[in-house]
Design a protein around this ligand. Structure first.
Ligand code: GLU
Length: 421
């Protein structure tokens, strides 16, 4: 397969390498591989906005749609300084395998803007969100490509996206975006869904390996929407959370941290820094401290060939997308002491409840929270069992099993639909 000059960089290479590993397991002929791996299309946009000081700043934005074989594309929009088209493409590819594994009728997509949203005022953030969506109008739609939150975006940004798209259509089109506030057509349970799903799967992994969660210890990297909800849900099940970190600080206390007051501090100040003078710890060292459950819920590529041999946990629950490099996977393959819950399974709760939000919006028939959570748990349970079963029968790692299921479903649909024209 020829290398691409558009999609480059370490994150894209990682998605590509993972794909070829499972394509080898699945015996996918080389001539079919590019058709499954390479993104269908990409839009790159320049988004100018007026800064508060009167100057004009221009930000680069992207949206990658990976494949359209199973329905509209689906995926979040990330606002982060290092966003580039290769990373967005990798994240779109992972969304495809994630949606297929969960049985959702979507292809994968992802978008992003290279910006530090914390460096913008609220007015600037709104201007940038609206300009990005305005540039995306010809490319997205409720039956074409449905956006959602990701790192650096939230319900408010989704409300601005939805409003901007709707203003141009002359009517409210709430289904063009998921992860909206509940009072603008969102669903109950979406904000918490990814973190709740992570906690549900940790419970299932703990059952499988005979670990009692009551009194088990956990370390969580990332205290955003995913990490904080996972932390609080685990703590409510009796787990002792001994370490947490975000971009600003890391805290470690083997006796257990007060996760409610950490959460209250982050809700007030936006970050962990300044929570306390005690318990401050080195963020990289935190990942290799002994614990039962390690949850990387921040950025890509934090578990690599340097620390994979040193992590000291029984369950590795990947709340983030792509936290473990293929080099680290080669080390983890020989560490059967660690039960890995791979990202496309572990963090699928978000897109699963996004799908519920989209379905509810299209039907204008809304469910209560227990229905959302029950359906979420049932969907995750099915995927969990499929991954564990395939891993056993084919002797694959959980990641390779999860990816195999996703890739095989996309491949099968492509083969049945055939090649146009
Ligand atoms: N950004 C989330 C993810 O990576 C959610 C995507 C969605 O809800 O569409 O899975």
């Amino acid at each position: 397969m020829q290398a691409s000059s558009v999609y480059t960089g370490p994150v894209f290479e990682m998605a590509s390498r993972q794909f070829h590993t499972v394509a080898d397991h699945l015996d996918i002929p080389v001539h079919e591989r590019a058709r499954i791996l390479m993104p269908k299309r990409v839009l790159a946009v320049s988004c100018p906005i007026h800064r508060d000081d009167g100057s004009v700043a221009v930000y680069q934005g992207y949206r990658v749609q990976h494949h359209l074989t199973l329905g509209p594309t689906k995926g979040g929009t990330r606002f982060a300084p290092n966003v580039d088209v290769g990373e967005v493409a990798a994240l779109a590819i992972w969304m495809s395998w994630k949606c297929a594994l969960a049985g959702l009728p979507y292809g994968g997509a992802k978008g992003g803007i290279a910006v530090d949203p914390r460096a913008l005022s609220k007015r600037e953030l709104e201007a940038l969100s609206r300009r990005y969506m305005q540039e995306m109008i010809p490319f997205v739609g409720p039956h074409t490509d449905v956006m959602a939150p990701d790192m650096g975006t939230n319900e408010q940004v989704m409300a601005w996206f939805m409003d901007t798209y709707s203003m141009y259509q002359g009517k409210t089109v709430s289904e063009v975006v998921t992860g909206k506030p509940v009072d603008t057509g969102g669903t109950v349970g979406r904000r918490e869904a990814t973190g709740r799903g992570v906690a549900y799967l940790i419970r299932r992994a703990a059952d499988t390996i005979g670990l009692n969660l009551d009194g088990a210890t956990a370390i969580v990297q990332g205290f955003g929407n995913v990490g904080s909800v996972a932390t609080l849900t685990l703590a409510a099940s009796g787990v002792r959370v001994i370490g947490v970190s975000d971009h600003s600080a890391a805290y470690y206390d083997p006796k257990g941290l007060d996760v409610r007051s950490l959460d209250a501090h982050v809700a007030k100040t936006g970050a962990l820094a300044g929570y306390s003078k005690e318990g401050l710890f080195d963020a990289a060292e935190l990942l290799v401290q002994k614990c039962d459950i390690l949850v990387p819920a921040a950025v890509e590529r934090v578990i690599d060939e340097h620390n994979a041999g040193k992590i000291d946990c029984r369950i590795l629950a990947e709340g983030a997308n792509g936290p473990t490099t293929p080099e680290a996977d080669d080390i983890l393959r020989n560490r059967p002491d660690i039960f890995v819950i791979p990202d496309i399974l572990c963090n699928a709760g978000g897109v699963i409840v996004s799908y519920f939000e989209w379905v509810q919006g299209l039907q204008q028939l809304f469910w209560d929270e227990s229905e959302v959570n029950d359906r979420l748990n049932r969907t995750l349970e099915k995927s969990f069992q499929e991954v564990v079963r395939l891993s056993k029968t084919r002797g694959l790692t959980h990641r390779d099993a999860a990816l195999s299921i996703g890739v095989e479903r996309v491949l099968s649909a492509k083969r049945k639909r055939g090649l146009f024209p």
